[in-house]
Design a protein around this ligand. Structure first.
Ligand code: CA
Length: 656
């Protein structure tokens, strides 16, 4: 059946080519990939990528975007149907989300494209007209379903699981019949969206599998050749994935594809993704794929509605937020999935761009009217806590394959170029900002090179010149803080962040070595935990702190101290900070010992999380040959969960 279909398509293509040859300037044949080439985009070829490997694109928002006046342009600058542009650049499947009833009682759309089945029919029709199959993503909800929410459709409220199962079957069947009647080429149907242990308000696998089973039954009846998929998020949690697959196997759910979202910012490494999906494919004999992925081509927002990824977001490995970085990230996801025998990768919302560049007010009117933002205010009726509060525009306009004016950007070509490769001479794609740290009294020497990320993803150092004046240096030496210095390398601007810190005669004063050494920990109470913790949020500065916890009352009773080396005779000051909780009756202080004798103490207190208490001991005399030791004494009689806390930023400095 499949082969026969292919033969028919081939015949049609031949006919189309003949027609093209006769007519002048006729449109490209449907579904035919144009010859894609690029002078600037580096794409390493993916070996052994099957012709039928799914390179999909979710464009669920497209109809709403078009209602808001968005237009799309190809690489020649010609306005074209989005679907034609995607097909010409190697996309072979279109994904669309389907909500049961994304409207309030007055008929206002919730937004996010207002994607009901009628929208899916229209999108499917246009996909088919351009030779692409449709992947139908039933959320079995009236609005967004993801690991955080799986609300039942309004019409299913209060139903028993039996009634819900029947409703799921009826809804799926009726929806698919509409698609079939419109001659949409449905290639795959997924039963729920990111269904991590919940679906349509059901939270037990016993109930979830009933709804999924009803959906699967309807798919088999209406589109017997389509693949049935289940879809989860958070592959970084391997145990969860293994448990989902096991449950589905236990209940013998009728499905073909185990699919995962993979957003590089949040979902672990590609190696982990390969291992997790590879195991499921092998153990249960299922096809696997990435159902959603995306990557930012710029940190900048263009629609006055905040994005999930922006300037402060941590860059993943060697993928800067550039057009090339976006292409490299997606290319590597495709390679990873293909290498484990997976069947495809779908990019999420590659065309959800801004509906205007003038103001948030102007855009907001369109989002409300057309449903072209992620949520409209009308969604409050269904999802008051999230959409009803934070409704707005596109959170992924900087992860599209089109710029703010709707012009295709070079990275879109990757879907075609991964098959042929485009291994041009690598060039500098992005520069990495430099970060250095100095004591206030030290000479400031800025790095001579910065790291460049090349278009092929490799790194190399490039020479840099910094714009820094004597006045600026004097200012930096006068006060601790982080200073930003502008520089230039390879004709681009780059920054150096210089942390100026007080001179510290203690070693590892902020525990940034990741271990306590050379601090001496004298544990009298038998703490459950006493050691260096790497956790930026729990630290006063940097990434690490000295963490302690003891469940039993009295188990927190310790000193942490260090003897200073290489001090010149003079007067010194010692400062240290602590935070924590559940201390109960406590005796906490900083101390200074000179030649074995405590000469000064200063009280510290543990109150609550993130409430740092700082002690400073001044006027510490030091003469040649003496031994100066500084430390923190912590003794708590806390009950219940036991005392806990963090010590950080111990500084011993000359007092001037
Ligand atoms: Ca935005």
């Amino acid at each position: 059946m499949k082969n026969k279909k292919r033969a028919v398509i081939a015949l049609l293509l031949c006919a189309a080519l003949l027609l093209c040859a006769c007519g002048s300037k006729a449109a490209a044949p449907k579904g035919e990939r144009a010859n894609v080439s690029s002078d600037t985009l580096y794409v390493r070829k993916i070996e052994n990528l099957p012709e039928d490997f799914i390179l999909g694109m979710d464009v669920s928002s497209v109809l709403a975007e078009e209602r808001s006046g968005v237009k799309y342009y190809d690489f020649d600058g010609e306005e074209k149907d989005l679907f034609a542009i995607l097909a010409a650049n190697g996309i072979n499947m279109i994904r669309v989300r389907v909500w049961n009833d994304p409207y309030d009682s007055a008929g206002h759309g919730y937004g996010g494209g207002n994607n009901d089945i009628d929208a899916a029919v229209e999108i499917g029709r246009r996909a088919a007209a351009n030779g692409m199959k449709l992947l139908v993503d039933f959320h079995y909800s009236d609005f967004w379903a993801d690991p955080g929410k799986q609300f039942a459709p309004k019409a299913w409220e209060g139903m028993t699981i039996e009634e819900k199962t029947e409703a799921a079957y009826a809804f799926t069947k009726e929806s698919l019949e509409k698609l079939r009647d419109a001659n949409v080429d449905v290639g795959m149907v997924q039963l729920g969206n990111e269904t991590n242990g919940a679906l349509a308000g059901e939270k037990t696998w016993f109930n979830i599998q009933y709804i999924m089973g009803a959906g699967a039954k309807a798919v088999r009846e209406v589109f017997p050749e389509a693949l049935v998929a289940v879809h989860f998020a958070n592959p970084e949690n391997a145990e969860s994935y293994a448990s989902y697959a096991k449950k589905l196997d236990y209940y013998a759910l009728d499905y073909d594809v185990f699919a995962s979202s993979y957003y590089p910012y949040w979902h672990g490494t590609l190696e982990n993704l390969a291992a997790v999906l590879g195991n499921i494919a092998e153990q249960y004999g299922k096809k696997v794929m990435v159902m959603e992925t995306s990557y930012a081509f710029t940190p900048d927002d263009s629609d006055f509605s905040g994005n999930t990824i922006s300037d402060g977001s941590a860059v993943v490995k060697n993928y800067p937020y550039t057009v090339q970085g976006q292409a490299n990230s997606v290319r590597d996801v495709i390679e990873t999935v293909n290498a484990i025998g997976g069947i495809g990768v779908v990019y999420w919302e590659g065309a959800w761009i801004t509906v205007g560049t003038n103001s948030r007010e102007e855009n907001s009117e369109k989002w409300e009217r057309d449903g072209s933002g992620w949520a409209a205010s009308w969604a409050a009726a269904y999802d008051p806590k999230d959409a009803g509060k934070y409704y707005g525009g596109s959170a992924v306009d900087n992860q599209a394959f089109f710029d703010a004016q709707g012009h295709a950007i070079e990275s879109l070509k990757l879907f075609s170029l991964v098959r042929t490769g485009n291994e041009i001479e690598p060039a500098v794609d992005a520069l990495e900002d430099a970060r250095v740290r100095f004591d206030l009294s030290a000479e400031i020497v800025l790095p001579g090179t910065v790291d460049a990320v090349m278009t092929d993803g490799s790194r190399r150092p490039v020479d840099v010149t910094w714009q820094i004046s004597d006045t600026q240096i004097a200012e930096m030496k006068s006060a601790p803080g982080v200073y930003e210095i502008a520089g230039e390398a390879d004709g681009r601007s780059v920054r150096c962040f210089v942390t100026m810190a007080e001179l510290n005669f203690l070693q590892n004063g902020g525990f940034e070595d990741g271990a306590a050494d050379p601090w001496e920990l004298i544990d009298r109470g038998g703490a459950d935990e006493l050691g260096v913790e790497k956790n930026k949020l729990n630290s006063l500065d940097g990434d690490c702190n000295l963490h302690f916890w003891g469940a039993k009352s009295g188990s927190i009773d310790f000193d942490a101290e260090q003897t200073a080396e290489g001090l010149a005779p003079g007067t010194y000051k010692f400062r240290v900070s602590i935070q924590g909780g559940d201390a109960g009756e406590a005796e906490i202080y900083a101390y200074v010992r000179l030649d074995g004798e405590v000469i000064a103490t200063a009280p510290l207190a543990i109150t609550s999380y993130n409430n740092w208490s700082t002690a400073e001991i001044r006027d510490i005399p030091y003469a040649e040959g003496q031994t100066l030791t500084v430390g923190v004494h912590v003794k708590c009689a806390g009950e219940g969960n036991g005392a806990w806390g963090m010590i950080d930023e111990a500084i011993l400095n000359a007092q001037t």
